[in-house]
Design a protein around this ligand. Structure first.
Ligand code: ATP
Ligand code: MG
Length: 542
């Protein structure tokens, strides 16, 4: 099978050499927040391998830090993965393996490869050295195996206060790799775990837990982001020394970074806690549930991950790449309707009928999507932006004395303008040209060649609603490395008292439309508004 990226090249080689007969990957979230678009990328890689090679992929919750983890996050993560359309084989938890991990730590102690250290966290930090200098051995490092076994059992039994001792691997305090300087593998922490309750008062650390869970689950390709490259020697060391039955390997790829997007659960949680946004699923959030509420489709997110590929070096991708993917999906599938966000009243002074019914295609490029009816009377709304008293050059919308075509209906001419007490335009008095009805072939008249087309809403049959438009949560970076909290856009949501054609009255929550000439919108249940998913056009090409 042709490799789509360097990871698949490794897989192909492993399959060809007979090293493995099938692939087994895993997606290992820590349940300390909601998934974001970066996780979607990791999901697409891990589950993409499962689908391509007909292998297996587990969902493993990496739950070794009870203080920050919660069942709320476990449930949300599962919901998001299902929504993206992925099915995991086994659902596992690092905490399922706490007993196995404990026994593997004992294996290390018995081999003389781990010791109980009396240092506090501060003392460990102070003796670790730095990038240019090696660290110093802990005085506890010379303890006998018997003493270590005894102390470790007593750590588990709860005889020592939190933070007073750790279990550390005996590797090499002079290693140039900081992760190899006798890393802590167990710490004492009295915290109620969301699954194991108060069973444990010692918890294993990531560098020890992750490779060994991979080994227990027979993960053939343990795929993670580049910042773990420096952890790979520790990964291999633990796998090598803990007498596992299966040897997994770690592969690193570049994490996804997107302009104007905060891609860290910790910071996203801060936005939620500080009430900068309405919640994890706020439509401005780059979380999966935020993007879902915003109107992104699973297809558009997976398409995005597919197109950006899997790279070996970090970079920042323009957010317009992501927007282009959902726009493309919606352009093909969203029903077209007419709505205006800033209604301006139009009265047709010469329209004598009560009303008539026009037919508008649901999608101009796809007749299979059918059409729907739009009513037309003498009282209409157009958007304030489609009229100008002081038009710039080449303005093709309505001006005093000028013409414009109402989409699917007639050409109208504006004869007079009514101003309110503030001097602002509040109504247009217009005449319609009966012979210019859409579909009558009249548009060929050279007089009307340059007439623009705008959308309208019948005021006698209008659906009133609140529309929302969003801006990015982050302003542009002013200087390199500027902290995101100084870049928060405090005015990123705008609401409008909008009107739309009656067809929208029956729209289900979650349905998506193209509001002609404006953008794509979704009916959002939580806010009971129509929120903008993405604008109509962008000059950016993917
Ligand atoms: P965060 O920094 O947002 O908390 P994390 O890496 O701590 O992210 P985990 O729950 O540990 O989050 O991540 C689960 C998996 O998703 C890991 O394999 C991780 O490497 C991957 N992942 C996380 N963020 C990204 C990203 N931006 N791009 C690609 N993969 C990511
Ligand atoms: Mg993490």
């Amino acid at each position: 099978m042709e490799a789509r990226n360097f990871i698949e090249e490794f897989i192909n080689a492993d399959l060809e050499s007979g090293k493995i007969s099938t692939t087994q990957t895993r997606f290992p979230p820590e349940p300390n927040g909601y998934l974001h678009i970066g996780h979607a990328k990791s999901l697409c890689i891990n589950f993409g391998i499962k689908e391509k090679y007909q292998g297996l992929c587990n969902l493993r919750f990496d739950d070794t830090n009870p203080v920050k983890e919660d069942i709320e996050y476990v449930d949300a993560i599962k919901e998001d993965i299902k929504w993206l359309g992925f099915d995991w084989d086994r659902e596992t938890y690092a905490s399922d393996f706490f007993e196995d991990l404990y026994n593997m730590a004992i294996v290390l102690i018995k081999k003389g490869l781990a010791f109980v250290c009396d240092y506090t966290a501060d003392e460990i930090r102070a003796t670790r050295g730095n990038l240019v200098e090696g660290g110093k051995d802990s005085p506890s490092k010379t303890r006998s195996i018997e003493e270590n076994l005894d102390l470790f059992a007593r750590m588990r039994a709860g005889e020592f206060p939190d933070g007073s001792k750790t279990l550390r691997a005996k590797i090499d305090m002079s290693s140039p790799n900081m992760n190899m300087r006798d890393p802590v593998i167990y710490r004492i922490l009295r915290a109620t775990h969301h699954r194991t309750g108060d069973t444990w008062c010692i918890y294993p650390m990531y560098d020890f837990t992750h490779p060994l869970c991979d080994a227990i689950e027979s993960i053939t390709h343990s795929i993670c982001t580049l910042e773990f490259e420096d952890h790979r020697p520790a990964y291999d060391w633990f796998v090598h020394n803990c007498d596992v039955n299966f040897v997994p390997h770690q592969y690193e790829f570049a994490r996804l970074n997107i302009t104007k997007c905060i891609m860290s659960k910790r910071y996203l949680k801060k936005l939620v806690d500080d009430k900068v946004v309405e919640g994890w699923d706020d439509p401005r959030m780059p979380t999966i549930c935020g993007l879902r509420r915003r109107g992104y489709t699973p297809h558009s997110l997976r398409d995005f991950c597919e197109r950006i590929g899997v790279a070996k070096s970090n970079s920042e991708l323009d957010i317009r790449n992501l927007e282009a993917c959902v726009r493309e999906d919606l352009n093909a599938n969203a029903i077209r309707v007419m709505a205006v966000l800033n209604p301006l009243k139009v009265t047709l002074t010469n329209y004598n009928e009560n009303s008539e019914t026009l037919t508008v295609a649901n999608h101009p490029g796809n007749p299979d999507m059918g059409d729907h009816e739009v009513t037309f009377t003498k009282d209409l709304f157009i958007d304030k932006d489609d009229f100008s008293l002081t038009p710039p050059p080449k303005y093709r919308r309505l001006i005093k004395g000028g013409f414009v075509r109402l989409k699917g209906a007639y050409i109208i001419q504006c004869n007079d303008v009514v101003l309110d007490e503030k001097g602002e335009v509040c109504e247009l008095l217009c005449e319609y040209l009966p012979e210019t009805k859409s579909g009558s072939g009249h548009t060929a008249d050279p007089q009307f060649k340059k007439v623009g087309t705008i959308q309208f809403v019948d005021a006698n049959n209008a659906y009133e609603f609140t529309a929302r438009e969003y801006e990015y949560l982050l302003n542009d970076e002013e200087f390199a490395g500027q902290d995101f909290s100084e870049r928060i856009n405090t005015d990123s949501m705008h609401e409008y008292k909008a009107v739309g054609e009656a067809y929208l009255k029956d729209a289900q929550f979650g349905s998506r439309f193209q509001f002609m000439r404006m953008g794509y919108f979704i009916k959002d249940e939580k806010s009971d508004t129509f929120g903008e998913i993405v604008s109509l056009k962008d000059s950016f090409k993917l």
